[in-house]
Design a protein around this ligand. Structure first.
Ligand SMILES: [Ca+2]
Length: 526
């Protein structure tokens, strides 16, 4: 009875714009330095703070989930969370690269505010608060399995524990295909649940290594999928090898979804499902050319579904506002009634849960600095983008550099050409056939240098193939978006937009180095 009363109370307070702790929600996605109530007190003894199960796949584009329209990917768990919660149709990562995207999720800040953490194979400095630490300090039991904050090194940033929480990775299994990790993610979640003290709320990060490459070639066909039925994005040639590459990627997404399904069953068995916010998403888009490690939708538009019976009004909705994944950190703190640190510039989504959106989320912002080490001297590919419902505007700060990495593998730490793009049958197909008429266009889309500004009109060009920057018909939109992007970057203190020294080209690189001669340049003395 007490629980029922609390659920009702929570619903009322969420709808009226306050949390269980009586604190106003932080619903402005672009707020900066907004004053906050100091009330960090968790809800009282009769109240029940929700648990959080955060499920994140590694490299999955928006389109590739059943509920988002791809019928050949079987994702019943994602579909259920969407059906019984909210499906976000315009959610974007903050950066299309594992480490920086995860750092933004944990800290609730865009990557240009995170110093070293703006690069992959780097560190997350301890001075940046994470939602996991804040929840732990407020009495939550916090853990993770699989891929948490990664890849990088903790020690240079002054940390000893993975920012995703205490590690639970002891249980192993024999995966369906060799390319998959042998971690029993759902079993590890069970181990975590078993040690949560009775009545303590918990926060768990279930991060799979799938569908990150490599793949078991032919896995898609072997599970009965039909290459002829694949929807080939317009950024790739419609070719058998591409279709099969995509099927193999689908199989790995299904592995992730099966783990989510098992974790949900565990919550049900423990009687915790109704008290748990379940989030299912990915760190960024598919590991294919012109996707991962690019600011185009294929690299940045991600699946996102959130289920929370006690706090989501009118479940089964689709929310079409523009959302960055960095909004999750302040959201988790908000629902737990924990104070949101001043430095978290992203805004909470609690008003979306209440179906009383007071904030018009018209823009998402995306950025990249150094992804892999694939240019001479450790140079990255600095770029920023603003995505609206109708347009994508990109600013490339160093258009003289190779966006997908240098063609000469001698300049790549991993010793591969175009090192931003993971090796794959699709990449290989483009490189092998670059001199053929039918392939050249796709090769250039993936690997050629790009102009300083790009503008795409999504209604007529959802694949983002025709750059309209410089087209007089779109001059006004172009200027507006460029000004909006610049304004936001200045407000959130991006060194690049402020014309200050941008440090990312000179931070250490802790990734794999197959090429012994590759190194990061020393920062020139002022
Ligand atoms: Ca990733």
């Amino acid at each position: 009875m007490q629980q029922l009363l609390f659920c009702l109370l929570l619903l009322v307070t969420v709808v009226s714009g306050t949390t269980a702790a009586g604190k106003r929600t932080a619903t402005d996605p672009q707020r900066r330095g907004a004053s906050r109530d100091a009330a960090a007190t968790p809800a009282g003894p009769v109240s029940r703070r929700p648990n959080i199960l955060f499920c994140i796949s590694d490299d999955q584009s928006y389109a590739h989930a059943g509920a988002n329209g791809e019928m050949q990917v079987k994702t019943p768990a994602f579909d259920r969370i969407a059906r019984e919660g909210i499906r976000f149709s315009r959610a974007f990562c903050d950066a299309p690269t594992c480490g920086p995207s995860r750092s933004a999720i944990l800290t609730g800040q865009p990557i240009w505010r995170l110093e070293e953490a703006g690069n992959i194979h780097s560190t997350l400095p301890a001075r940046f608060a994470t939602y996991t630490e804040c929840l732990q300090a407020a009495g939550y039991n916090v853990g993770f399995t699989g891929k948490g904050w990664s890849p990088g090194r903790l020690q240079p940033g002054g940390r000893t524990l993975n920012p995703a929480g205490k590690e639970f990775n002891r249980r192993r299994l024999q995966p369906e295909f060799r390319s998959m990790a042998n971690k029993d993610y759902a079993g590890n979640f069970d181990d975590f649940l078993a040690q949560v003290p009775a009545d303590a709320p918990f926060c768990f990060w279930l991060g799979t290594h799938e569908p990150h490459r490599g793949y078991d070639q032919g896995a898609g066909r072997r599970t009965g999928k039909d290459p002829a039925r694949v929807t080939v994005p317009p950024i790739f040639p419609d070719h058998e090898r591409v279709r099969n590459d995509m099927l193999d990627y689908f199989v790995e997404i299904e592995h992730f979804d099966k783990m989510v399904a098992r974790a949900i069953r565990s919550l049900e068995k423990a009687g915790q499902l109704e008290h748990t916010i379940v989030v299912v998403t990915s760190d960024h888009g598919m590991p294919f050319p012109r996707a991962k490690a690019s600011l185009y939708d294929a690299g940045t538009h991600v699946p996102l579904a959130i289920r929370w019976p006690a706090g989501i009004t009118a479940p089964g909705r689709v929310y079409g506002g523009l959302v960055n994944l960095s909004a999750l950190a302040p959201t988790f703190l908000d629902v737990a009634g924990v104070e949101i640190p001043e430095m978290m510039t992203a805004g909470s989504l609690v008003d979306v849960f209440a179906n009383q959106s007071t904030v018009k989320r018209r823009r998402a912002y995306i950025a990249m600095e150094r992804h892999d080490g694939c240019r001479q001297g450790g140079k990255g590919y600095p770029c920023r983008a603003v995505r609206t419902r109708d347009y994508l505007y990109i600013k490339n700060y160093a258009p003289d550099r190779w966006p997908a990495g240098h063609p000469d593998r001698a300049f790549c730490a991993r010793d591969i050409p175009f090192g931003e793009v993971d090796s794959s049958p699709t990449k290989q197909l483009l490189m092998e056939n670059k001199d053929q008429r039918d392939f050249r266009r796709f090769y250039d889309l993936a690997f050629a240098k790009r102009p300083a500004e790009e503008l795409y009109a999504l209604e007529q060009d959802p694949g983002q193939l025709v750059n309209l920057a410089g087209n007089r018909q779109f001059e006004r939109v172009h200027q507006q978006l460029a000004a909006q992007l610049q304004k936001y970057l200045v407000q959130t203190r991006d060194p690049r937009a402020l014309g200050q020294d941008a440090p990312w080209d000179y931070y250490p690189y802790y990734g794999l180095r197959r090429n012994p001669d590759w190194r990061v340049d020393r920062k020139p003395s002022p």
